[in-house]
Design a protein around this ligand. Structure first.
Ligand code: PEP
Length: 226
């Protein structure tokens, strides 16, 4: 069984949430939906995740939502280190590590996103960048981090319609698995109904993280049923 995660980003309303939740079953895969926080209670009958969490436990942090609050709101998972958070909110590896520690302590499963930019890709630095983004993780994850996945998302493939070759995906997934023992690695970046099957067929790919196609009910249904 592979895992398919939907990242709705800042999209949708309660009507779309109902449609996407309905389109998420049946599936032979493990499906996790990550809606905006305001739609969590409208996204029923599925495993839920959040798209981010605070780096603090509680207190005077206006606008932030803690990992414990997400857990109480029904989330089992949280996406951390998405490239849009790194880019638009200047999230550093140190901040992401802090969020990861707090999310683990709150018993949330973690989907940690890593991936290189186009310039880094073209300069042949993809593995160096990903290695650095993973450097705060121990090679053997502690038992407290049993629910942990890495999403390899080359920034140049997100929302662009571009994807690495299957061989490039496989090489990077094997590289990541050599850094962190026994970890599941998802691929993300322009996954669509047209390419999901061949991507999931790569043995080192344990699943997919889907953005744009996860908010189109008919495309999402095809992905879920792939
Ligand atoms: C993402 O933002 O995590 C993502 C993979 O987006 P898309 O599928 O639209 O490329």
């Amino acid at each position: 069984m592979k895992t398919i995660v939907a990242n709705w980003k800042m999209n949708g309303g309660h009507v779309l949430a109902h449609a996407l939740a309905a389109a998420s079953t049946p599936s032979k895969h493990k499906i996790i939906l990550c809606p905006p926080l305001t739609l969590l209670s409208h996204t029923k009958g599925v495993t839920l995740g959040a798209q981010d969490c605070s780096a603090e436990h509680k207190g005077a942090y206006t606008g932030d939502v803690s990992a414990a609050m997400l857990k109480e709101a029904g989330c089992e998972w949280v996406i951390l280190g998405h490239s849009e958070r790194r880019q638009h909110h200047q999230e550093t590896d140190a901040l992401i590590q802090r969020k990861l520690d707090i999310a683990s302590a709150s018993h949330l499963g973690i989907i940690l996103c890593v991936g290189e930019s186009l310039a880094e890709h073209e300069a042949g630095k993809a593995e160096d960048i990903v290695k650095k983004q993973l450097s705060f993780l121990p090679r053997h994850l502690p038992p407290t981090m049993r629910h942990f996945m890495i999403a390899y998302e080359p920034v140049w493939a997100i929302g662009t319609g571009l994807t690495p070759t299957n061989e490039q995906i496989d090489t990077m997934h094997q590289f990541i698995k050599a850094q962190v023992a026994d970890v599941k690695v998802l691929y993300g970046g322009s996954v669509k109904p047209e390419n999901i099957q061949e991507i999931l067929a790569i043995p080192s790919v344990d699943g997919a993280l889907v953005g744009g196609a996860s908010i189109d009910p008919s495309a999402w249904k095809k992905i879920v049923q792939s």
